[in-house]
Structures are given as C-alpha cells and as structure tokens.
Design a protein around this ligand. Structure first.
Ligand SMILES: NC(=O)C1=CN([C@@H]2O[C@H](COP(=O)(O)OP(=O)(O)OC[C@H]3O[C@@H](n4cnc5c(N)ncnc54)[C@H](OP(=O)(O)O)[C@@H]3O)[C@@H](O)[C@H]2O)C=CC1
Ligand SMILES: O=C(O)[C@@H]1CCC=N1
Length: 282
C-alpha cells in the first residue's frame, strides 16, 4: 500500500484485476510504481505467459481463475474484453454478493446498468475509460460512478486510475461514448498523424529514420507545450504560424482538405460505435 496514510488506497485493501492484458498491465505497473504494495494486488488471467510476466515484473499474485483471485477483493477491476464481460460478471455474482467490493470497469461500451444486472446485486460501481499511455503514467481516464459509490469509494477508484495519469469525472453516463471516442481511442489518432507526417517527409526526400525521429519529437514537444504552458492550442498554433510563411501554407492545405470536418466525423463515428457496442452487450 502507499506509504501515505492519507491515501484513499491506504489500509488493508486488496485490489484484484480480472483480465491481465494490455490495460491491466498498464494500471498494475502504474500502481506498483506509485507505491502500492504488490502484495495487495492480485490478477486473474487465463494466459500462462501473461500471468507469469505480471508476477515476475511486478510481484503481484497471479491466478488462472477469476473466482479464485477475487475472493476477499476489496476492489475488483474488470479488465477483460467487453465481449466476455457478461460471463465474467455472472460467474462472480455469488462471490460479490458476499464480499461487496468496489467494482471498477474499464470495458468500452458496457453500461453501469448492465454491470449491475450481470453482477446480480447492488454494488458501488465506477465505469472508467483509460487509454494506453497509462503504460507510461501519461494516461487520460474518464470516470462515472453509480449512486451506491460513496465519496470514499469514488476517491478509491480515482486514486487507482490517477496512478496512471490524469482523470476526469463526467456528469452523465451517455458522455462516456464521447470520452471513449476522444481519449480512449485518441492515442491511435496521434499515432496515425505521426505515421502520415513521417511518410510525407520521406516523400519530400528525408530518410525514414530522420523523418520518424523528427515527427516523433515534434509530437512530444507539442504535447508537452500543451500540458506545461497551459495555453490554448489555438494560441500555440498561432505562434508557430508566421504571416504568409510555411505553416500558413500547410494549414491552408489542411483547411482545404476539410481537416476539422474529418476529425469531427471520425469522433462521431467512434462515439456511434461505442453506443452500438453498448447496445449489443444487452
Ligand atoms: N486497448 C485500449 O486502448 C483500451 C482498452 N480498454 C478496455 O480495456 C479492456 C481490456 O482491454 P485490453 O487490455 O486491451 O485487452 P486484452 O485482450 O489485452 O486483455 C484482456 C485479457 O483478459 C483475459 N481474459 C479473458 N477471459 C478472462 C476471464 N474469464 N478471466 C480473466 N481474464 C480473462 C484475456 O485472455 P485471452 O486473450 O486468453 O482471452 C486477455 O489476456 C477492454 O474491455 C477494453 O474495452 C479501455 C481503454 C483503452
Ligand atoms: O478500440 C476500442 O474499442 C478500444 C476502446 C478505446 C480504445 N480501444
């Protein structure tokens, strides 16, 4: 557990991850790096290689079966694919009826009401949407809690996800599809832009290696300026843009190609897909 006794994670809490894939690995790594004792973390993961890697890398206890891992869990983090979540919840229903853990779901497109139904009993539930930069502690996570989750439980959920980066509570659950479309899927948009920039620079004569290095560092630099300056992206953009200069020429080409509309369409498509996924889980 964290050395800080004021932390919402202090005390004899047992945090159990169900699913030990990419996102669970990111969150477990962040918790352990942040000072949560590995002995208080368990994970259920059917894949033996993933299980061993989690145990070796972080010192957590790894189980093959969810019901074994989840016994006595104070916090249950559901980190399996949305398609298998219903079966996982139903299999854990008898257990959680006794242990009454805080349930945190990171599954895309699965609503709190569905989790409540599948778990079969009223529990504090926090639905969240993290993203893959959680792996390096630079994640962004949207959160929403049900009415059963009191301030203590909400603070616990926030502390677990804040170990991996920034968190933001949203007011209405419907907005989770927009969060998913923005920050959940968002890292892929920036990776795509860097891929496209790299290809474009190669087409202009740069070597692949130099193009990648410069595109990647530019992405990092721009991201850090956004975070560290606290200034609006439009202001930072204007400062790069000399009148009638090179940036203006590029931005004109983006505008002529309808970049803002394209981004709006992409985010709308991702939001709609989140809604569809949610409906298909009923
Ligand atoms: N990837 C991303 O960018 C993001 C993903 N998410 C959400 O996070 C969740 C996990 O995603 P991700 O980590 O990428 O997926 P992974 O497939 O990497 O991890 C899920 C793991 O759960 C295992 N699993 C399957 N069934 C069970 C079970 N009954 N008990 C325990 N473990 C089981 C899977 O094993 P096996 O493969 O053998 O079935 C797999 O190793 C998803 O719900 C996704 O929507 C949220 C935000 C971002
Ligand atoms: O693509 C997906 O459906 C998941 C959710 C957000 C990121 N990956």
């Amino acid at each position: 557990m964290p050395s800080n006794p004021e932390s919402p994670l202090s005390g004899s809490r047992r945090i159990v991850f169900v699913g030990g894939g990419n996102m669970a690995r990111s969150l477990i790594g962040a918790l352990v790096r942040g000072g949560t004792e590995a002995a208080s973390i368990a994970v259920a993961e059917p894949n033996a290689a993933l299980r061993e890697a989690l145990a070796n890398d972080f010192g957590v206890t790894a189980h093959e079966r969810a019901d074994t891992a989840a016994a006595n869990a104070d916090v249950l983090v559901l980190a399996v694919k949305p398609q298998v979540l219903k079966d996982v919840c139903r299999s854990l229903a008898p257990l959680v009826a006794d242990t009454r853990p805080l349930v945190i779901s990171i599954a895309a497109g699965v609503r709190i009401a569905q989790l409540r139904e599948w778990l079969g009993v009223e529990l504090p539930i926090v639905r969240s949407m993290p993203n893959t930069p959680a792996l390096i502690g630079a994640g962004a996570t949207g959160l929403i809690a049900n009415a059963t989750a009191d301030a203590t439980r909400r603070a616990q959920a926030e502390a677990i996800l804040a170990a991996a980066g920034r968190t933001a509570w949203i007011e209405r659950e419907e907005l989770m599809d927009a969060v998913t479309a923005l920050s959940g899927s968002g890292p892929a948009y920036f990776f795509l832009l860097v891929e496209a920039l790299e290809d474009a620079a190669v087409a202009q004569g740069l070597s692949r290696e130099t193009a990648r290095a410069l595109a990647t560092q530019t992405c990092l630099g721009a991201g850090r300026m956004l975070v560290e300056s606290g200034e609006a992206p439009s202001i930072l953009r204007e400062r790069v843009t000399s009148p009638n200069g090179t940036t203006a020429a590029a931005l004109d080409a983006f505008a002529a190609g309808g970049l803002r509309e394209l981004v709006a369409n992409a985010v709308a498509a991702a939001t709609a897909r989140g809604r569809e996924l949610s409906a298909s889980q009923s």
